[in-house]
Design a protein around this ligand. Structure first.
Ligand code: R5P
Length: 324
């Protein structure tokens, strides 16, 4: 079934790609990425790609611009070497927050980056939890936007099974802003008997969050906040503190894409009002291995399942195929 496919990692997700290849029972194909003194990069590979179906796993995480160029340059090379088709698996699609004109003269950078990938010749794109689902439409090729709700749901069902604070269905799934409501609903499908709470948040300037109201009952509840991105940690920690201060019994966090810029990790370690923050491995962070607060769950099984389904022309397993 997996004949004539090659799965490559570029520089962002080597560990994840290895896991995916182990699950598929194939060897990871190695790319070579070199940088020149002026900042240019050369991304290529030594193996024969002629006539092969290629899967490239690469998040456009920090350094975002380098990772985008690396991907485009690699694709250009294997296309010229006459590979059969290219699927870009971009677990974290950067620039996604620039998805609309919020202020005069602003670009829609997410669309522009999607155009770059479409125009360089990818046949389809697989990604995880786009910042907004409509970004799928920015690409001129099919996009599978996979949801990590199943993975988080499984984690929290096990984690809360022996939590003494969980009594009488007192678990609430919390959306940290209005935009995250559909994520909270989706996660609730995988954690039975939960209620939904929404935080009313304003953003006076980038990376600054002001909590104005909490809509829903949180007194004595075990709260699970769910967001797509933690960048500086400002938004989610302000929400977690507000939940704690207003009477939540315990606060957990889950988030698909752990950008963790600045001193985000230190802020989480110091936040005694947060029990645990569960993130996925769409972005690699070796430093999380020593953290008691940050738990990493893998999306490798989800990616392997998508590759298998593409190769067998079957539907992606239902638990992952939530297109919102
Ligand atoms: C906002 O719309 C996103 O979903 C995240 O809440 C936001 O990007 C997180 O940023 P930070 O961690 O810097 O507050």
């Amino acid at each position: 079934m997996l004949k004539d496919i090659l799965v490559f990692s570029l520089s962002s997700n080597i560990k994840l790609t290895n896991k995916v290849c182990n699950l598929l029972g194939i060897e990871m194909s190695k790319s070579v990425v070199r940088h020149f003194a002026d900042g240019e990069c050369l991304a290529t590979c030594d193996c024969d790609v002629r006539g092969k179906k290629i899967y490239i796993i690469q998040s456009t995480s920090k350094p975002a611009n380098d990772r985008i160029m690396e991907t485009l340059i690699f694709i250009d090379g294997i296309k010229r070497a006459n590979c059969k088709e290219i699927t870009l698996i971009c677990p974290y699609f950067g620039y996604a927050r620039q998805d609309r004109i919020a202020h005069q003269n602003e670009p829609i950078s997410a669309r522009m980056v999607a155009d770059l990938f479409t125009n360089v010749g990818v046949k389809r794109v697989v990604t995880v939890e786009l910042h907004t689902p409509q970004i799928q439409g920015f690409f001129g090729v099919p996009v599978d936007n996979c949801s990590p709700s199943y993975v988080f749901g499984k984690y929290f069902r096990q984690r809360l099974a022996n939590d003494k604070n969980v009594v009488d269905n007192n678990v609430a799934i919390v959306a940290p802003d209005h935009g995250a409501l559909y994520r909270a609903r989706d996660l609730a499908n995988f954690i039975p008997n939960t209620s939904i709470v929404i935080i009313d948040k304003r953003r006076p300037k980038p990376n600054v969050a002001e909590i104005t109201n909490i809509v829903g009952d949180i007194e004595g509840k075990v709260c699970i906040m769910v967001d797509d991105i933690i960048d500086t940690g400002g938004t989610i920690l302000a929400g977690a503190k507000a939940l704690h201060d207003k009477g939540a019994k315990e606060v957990f966090i889950c988030c698909s894409h752990a950008l963790f810029n600045g001193n985000a990790l230190e802020k989480f370690e110091a936040a005694d009002y947060v029990t645990e923050c569960c993130v996925t491995d769409t972005i690699e962070h070796p430093e999380f291995e020593n953290s008691k607060k940050i738990k990493v769950v893998s999306i490798a099984d989800m990616i392997a399942s998508v590759i298998r389904s593409h190769e067998s022309h079957e539907r992606i397993k239902d638990q992952y195929a939530r297109f919102h």
